[in-house]
Design a protein around this ligand. Sequence first.
Ligand code: ATP
Ligand code: MG
Length: 236
Amino acid sequence: MLLEVEALDLRYGATHAVRGVSLSVAEGEIVAVLGANGAGKSSLMRAIAGAAAASGRIRLAGSDISRMPAARRVRAGLVLVPEGRQIFVSMTVEENLLVGAHTRRDRAVARDLAAVLERFPNLAARRGQPAAVLSGGEQQMLAIGRALMARPRLMMLDEPSLGLSPILVAQLFDLIAALNRQGIAILLVEQNTQMALETAARGYVMELGRIRTSGSAAELARDPALADAYLGAAAP
Ligand SMILES: Nc1ncnc2c1ncn2[C@@H]1O[C@H](COP(=O)(O)OP(=O)(O)OP(=O)(O)O)[C@@H](O)[C@H]1O
Ligand SMILES: [Mg+2]
């Protein structure tokens, strides 16, 4: 297993946001994490990334990273594209991309920057402009481009499709599939359950901080309980 999470627990004062969550991602796999607002999905991602203190065990490619600071987890190949993109709007597009490489010690950063700009022509056209000028879709590309600059083995994406038009959502999922074919494992948090289950091999459904159910994408897509709760059926 590339990522193994065991009995992860995270509290914010009285709020018990993540309760004994265990999950895994195999090398080269796409795994979805689904669940309603407030279920604890972002908290789980932040805990795995080391951005929030949590108890439990996290292993990356067999090594225990539970006590590792966030920057070292990035260097080990674990990178989070956070909810809401969190790009630096007053910095240029290129500066934002270079932020993604700040933990690296090797000399191939310039080459990787060129590759990311080649992959995202819209970003290349605006590389010297402040990131504030980017559209929502371009900002999401920038957040993913920044993550790629860390040369991840596992990319965690927290609601990347949020606020994007249907065409951009389709392009985003194509991009996720392309990154995966390139060898990057993906842990994908999504409210767009249908797209997520079309792209992922397996999924977990969170409810009130716990894993309520898990299975293959096909099994989850057929689960009538999930259809009511998460697959777009209107709430009563
Ligand atoms: N920094 C924080 N301080 C206190 N409580 C928090 C904090 N962040 C999240 N919470 C609470 O923890 C719980 C889980 O929140 P979290 O953001 O992880 O959910 P989520 O599944 O990502 O939701 P959404 O789909 O709306 O993004 C919620 O009850 C939320 O109010
Ligand atoms: Mg969230």
